[in-house]
Design a protein around this ligand. Structure first.
Ligand code: CAA
Length: 391
């Protein structure tokens, strides 16, 4: 049977961050609440000339550098933080990445689930189109009100995945457990830049979605908890994954999950999110990159479990098998390089960037140049976003 899945995967996060020690001090909160209670240390902050499009294009650049663009006939962009009510972020990315006109390109939305929606749409397409590639982008900027409980979970980042038949990294299994339910746990009306959230309720719904999706997945696939070499979760903050995993183990009949088991089964997948914050649609796949980059054990031919969650809400439990040479096709060194070389912001710089907003007056605005990836937004003119490639 032809398999399909992730052929290449690349992650990008902005070059600036706020240390949560700085935020804790400013808000008069014990830092341990952030570092231990929610499991976060830093949050990535995009500068004014970076948005979801430039982040996604920056994530995709290493993939495009080694792929014939004419093979890419499907471009899917999953995001919660779209930049236009009408034009898909996929179109802006299509232009920046110089993809061919023979391409089906559009944007998908269901909060943090949109990246998985895109991946799962791309898989049957890849099986039907052998030799062709789909480019799946997931990119988000997580914003909550200043001083709100959600503030320390903010973050930003993007994932690019090349999806094809006979993939080099992860062949996705056909079975999925699905959970859709009309709830108001986290949402963002069109007139708001910051999400509105019922935090505790959102955590309960996440767990309910996980349990139901797991039961279905287990019944459909016959795979059990012990068949999984590692587990990757949607990561609004790392403690959420720890709570979710403990609950999943219990649901699956594992009575004695120790802290060492927890660390072994999910620890490596949490490293990046701890220092970037929530990347919404990208976060599950940021966790996958974190696992693949940081795991010293060879997981070739082993099965990974993945749980995707988008508020509102949609949950999906699925799995994939790592391919024999997957390690040769990772961008681990590039990820390490930019994560190790980020610039720390002061609290005031963070708040200034937060308050800046995008000009909405229809005038001509040129943006100062900050540290970015290979693409930046150089300005806005007549309500049009203007992007440029730096290399
Ligand atoms: N030392 C150590 N731990 C401490 C502490 C201290 N000094 N002070 C508090 N804590 C612990 C608390 O005991 C608590 O732990 P438990 O949950 O294990 O009890 C934890 O720190 C958090 O403390 P609070 O419950 O008081 O936190 P809060 O009410 O201020 O906010 C939150 C927590 C609700 C998650 C908030 O950050 C939030 O609203 N986040 C956004 C919503 C979110 O991420 N939801 C997740 C599910 S929805 C989803 O996944 C989609 C998405 O991406 C948004």
């Amino acid at each position: 049977m032809t398999t399909a899945g992730i052929d290449l995967i690349s992650f990008y996060t902005p070059q600036y961050f706020l240390d949560l020690k700085t935020l804790a001090e400013k808000r008069g909160v014990d830092y341990n609440k952030f570092s231990v209670g929610i499991g976060q240390e830093k949050m990535a902050i995009p500068p004014p000339d970076e948005d979801i499009v430039t982040m996604a294009a920056s994530a995709a650049k290493p993939i495009l550098d080694q792929t014939d663009p004419s093979e890419i006939e499907l471009l899917l962009f999953g995001t919660e933080s779209g930049v236009d009510q009408s034009k898909a972020a996929a179109m802006f990315a299509h232009g920046l990445l110089k993809l061919p006109t023979r391409c089906r390109a559009f944007e998908l939305k269901e909060a943090c689930y949109a990246g998985t929606a895109a991946l799962q749409m791309a898989i049957p397409w890849a099986i039907r189109n052998p030799g062709k590639k789909a480019l799946v982008l997931a990119s988000d900027i997580a914003r909550y009100d200043l001083g709100s409980p959600g503030e320390p979970t903010q973050g930003a980042g993007a994932i690019a995945m090349l999806v094809s038949a006979n993939p080099r990294i992860l062949a996705i299994d056909p079975e999925s457990g699905l959970y859709a339910s009309d709830v108001m746990d986290f949402w963002r009306p069109n007139y708001r830049d910051e999400a509105v959230v019922d935090g505790k309720y959102s955590m309960r719904v996440y767990i309910a979605a996980l349990e139901e999706a797991w039961r279905q997945y287990h019944t459909l696939s016959g795979h059990g908890f012990a068949d999984m070499a590692r587990f990757c979760y949607h990561l609004p903050f790392t403690k959420m994954a720890e709570k979710a995993h403990a609950r999943l183990a219990k649901t699956a009949g594992i009575k004695d999950l120790t802290p060492d088991d927890l660390e072994h089964q999910i620890g490596e997948s949490l490293r990046y999110n701890r220092i970037t914050g929530n990347t919404y649609a990208a976060s599950l796949y940021e966790g996958l990159c974190s696992l693949l980059d940081n795991c010293t054990e060879d997981l070739a031919e082993k099965r990974l479990a993945l749980f995707s969650y988008g508020s509102g809400c949609m949950g999906e439990f699925f799995s994939g098998v790592l391919q024999s040479d997957y390690k040769k096709h990772l961008y681990s060194a590039a990820h390490k390089n930019f994560l190790d070389n980020r610039t720390e912001l002061t609290y005031q710089q963070y708040e200034d960037i937060f308050q800046l907003g995008c000009p909405t007056d229809g005038g001509d605005h040129t943006f100062a140049q900050y540290r970015t990836g290979p693409y930046r937004m150089k300005g806005i003119s007549q309500h049009k976003r203007l992007y440029e490639a730096l290399t």
